[in-house]
Design a protein around this ligand. Structure first.
Ligand code: HEC
Length: 127
């Protein structure tokens, strides 16, 4: 129950995002799939206690890169010495393997400014 309660705000956020998306563009099919995080959720769990294929992103905003316990990061990310602030997150999602060459995370390229903003807002809210 505790876990579920923790997930609720996240789910509501995702839902809100989907609804906003619906109003913004009548042509695109209004599903949860339109939220940009759908490109990440196959590897990143929303569960604070769980690492999936990628590390848990709960609390990622303001966190030092490569510091989730028990996750096998690449050396590249561990040694990057960066903190996940807005600027670094934007560089990461617009081309992670250019920003930190040698990362194990599959190439992502979110180039649309609005989608970047949505994603960063979403990540900030993952507490
Ligand atoms: C194919 C699986 C996969 C997908 C898709 C993916 N990631 Fe990742 N992600 C990873 C892996 C693996 C790592 C660890 C990278 C490393 O150690 O080099 C990672 C690391 C990260 C980190 C650094 C976390 C930390 O603790 O330092 C962030 C931030 C991140 N991903 C965000 C995203 C976002 C946002 C998306 C969607 C746009 C995304 N990821 C899509 C697998 C994925």
């Amino acid at each position: 129950m505790k876990l579920l309660a923790h997930k609720l705000p996240v789910l509501m956020l995702a839902l809100a995002g989907a609804l906003v998306g619906t109003q913004a563009s009548a042509e695109t099919k209004p599903t949860a799939e339109t939220h940009p995080f759908h490109q990440c959720s196959s590897c990143h769990s929303m569960d604070t206690s769980a690492n999936a294929f990628g590390p848990s992103l709960i609390g990622v905003y303001g966190r030092k890169a490569g510091t989730v316990p028990r996750f096998a990061y690449s050396e590249a990310v561990q040694k990057s010495g960066i903190v996940w602030d807005e600027d670094n997150l934007r560089k990461w999602i617009s081309g992670n393997d250019t920003f930190i060459p040698g990362t194990r995370m599959r190439h992502v390229a979110v180039t649309d400014k609005k989608q970047q903003d949505d994603l960063i807002d979403f990540l900030k809210a993952l507490r």
